[in-house]
Ligand binder design. Structure first.
Ligand SMILES: [Zn+2]
Length: 464
């Protein structure tokens, strides 16, 4: 037997099988069961949320030989006709390919004759917003005074383009994007029924990638099954979608904690070989940093995997990191390629090393950090000064006026709780480092560009 794609095989045949559109289904069921039928319906919503499916089920309910009800018998000639997609009184037209007024006239020329076999002639016009003005006018004439045996069902992804004169004669239902949890559950049911092996993470990724469309979810699942050689596993699904797995984001977080530049760059190379989407990865990092920032407040991460990272970064660093990622995402299109753009963003994140709030930073790391922040062009002299005469630097008057910049530059010291040795001594040491680093860092082009970006971003926010 020929293989039937999942989206077709599991297309709902009655209202009970429809998922994620409860409010529309309820309204249609009530209309059918209490005989409160309108002569024209309009279903709007994005692709693959069930517009045509609902229209066909509704038409079937209207024409079941037993009676008009929300639960057609499924056995009569009419029901069988609808199930095989072959019912003589159902007229399906795709307005995208037949927009002209002649097409419309041809479609409607027999509208006044009684149905061939059924109770109603049902006209389903898909993508109705694509009709030409002349076509809409031709349609409007019939729509104003339709014969009793005629029902119109319009489907559209863009209801705003449908003329008001048409809209006002329809009962309108907006179909929602289907929740990922609903999609995931449906995939689970279908795959179990099909006896196909799967794991939770794959379904989650597939459900999220479908972006609210059940049809897309099922097509992706079909693709994943053939990609995985008959079963579904997260590695192959992630590879197929070119998307990022959670553990890749976690791996990057780990490297940020360690500040390991070489390992990070090697990891990016590895990701590049796996054809990972760097835009997706940046977006995922943004989400993760956002989650961590919230977890910092509540003390509890949304996901178990993220819990070990709570408290590993200072609140200030998370703010800077988020901003760096936003800017990195925005500038991705200006980068020679996405890998370069991503790499530069990661390097930037590494240049602002995260503060580990539960331990004092080892002095070796501190030196490394300072060296990294200093720009190579004017660094030599200052590095010597930094090494030789700390007290001289400390006695310099503080000439940095922006509070934001101060916190952003060195979140490492500002949040660290000195918990070892003599408190007073350590505090003064911290303040010395802060002053020195601020001055040096202000001369750094990365820092100044970041500050500019902050400003531009703030102006953007104010404008919008
Ligand atoms: Zn029937």
């Amino acid at each position: 037997m020929a293989y039937v794609v999942l989206a077709r095989k599991y297309r709902p045949r009655d209202f009970r099988e429809v998922r994620g559109q409860d409010h529309t289904v309820r309204a249609l069921v009530n209309a059918l069961d209490f005989d409160r039928l309108h002569h024209a319906y309009l279903f709007s919503g994005t692709r693959g949320v069930g517009k045509t499916t609902l229209a066909r089920i509704f038409a079937n309910c209207l024409n079941c030989e037993e009676k008009i009800s929300s639960t057609p018998c499924g056995d009569c000639i009419a029901c069988e006709g609808f199930q095989s997609g072959n019912y003589p009184d159902m007229y399906e037209v795709d307005a995208a390919s037949r927009t002209g007024v002649d097409d419309m006239r041809k479609l409607l020329e027999n509208v006044h004759y009684s149905p061939n076999v059924g109770r109603f002639k049902v006209y389903l016009i898909d993508e109705v917003h694509m009709l030409s003005t002349a076509s809409f006018n031709a349609l409007l004439k019939t729509l104003e005074e339709p014969p009793n045996h005629v029902k119109f069902i319009f489907a559209t992804t863009d209801p705003k383009k449908v003329p008001l004169t048409v809209l006002s004669r329809c009962l309108q239902f907006h179909l929602r994007n289907i929740e990922p949890t609903v999609i995931k559950k449906q995939l689970e049911t279908i795959l179990t029924h099909e006896d196909i092996q799967f794991d939770e993470a794959s379904l989650q990724l597939l459900a999220r990638s479908a972006q609210g469309s059940m049809r897309d979810a099922l097509s992706l699942t079909d693709q994943a099954v053939s990609h995985g050689g008959g079963s579904i596993a997260i590695d192959s699904v992630a590879e197929m979608l070119g998307t990022v797995r959670t553990d890749e984001v976690l791996e990057i977080l780990n490297m940020l904690v360690k500040g390991d530049r070489c390992a990070t760059l090697a990891f990016v190379n590895q990701l590049s070989r796996q054809a990972v989407s760097f835009a997706d990865l940046l977006e995922n990092l943004q989400r993760t940093i956002h989650e961590l920032a919230l977890a910092q407040i509540t003390g509890q991460a949304d996901t178990e995997q993220l819990q070990p990272f709570v408290g590993k970064f200072s609140a200030e660093w998370l703010q800077v990191a988020y901003q760096i990622l936003v800017v990195g995402m925005r500038d991705l299109k200006y980068a020679p390629d996405h890998k370069i753009g991503f790499e530069m963003t990661l390097v930037r994140l590494l240049d602002f090393e995260p503060a580990t709030s539960n331990s004092a930073e080892p002095s070796s790391l501190k030196n490394k950090h300072t060296t990294a922040v200093v720009d190579s062009r004017d660094s030599k002299k200052e590095k010597t000064e930094l090494g030789s005469n700390d007290s001289k630097q400390a006695s310099k008057p503080e000439n940095v006026d922006s509070e934001t910049i101060q916190t952003n530059l060195k979140p490492v010291q500002s949040t660290r709780t000195p918990n070892l040795g003599d408190d007073t001594q350590q505090k003064s040491q911290v303040s010395v480092d802060n002053n020195v680093d601020r001055e040096i860092a202000l001369k750094n082009p990365i820092v100044s560009s970041l500050i500019e970006n902050f400003d531009a971003h703030i102006v953007d926010i104010k404008r919008s």
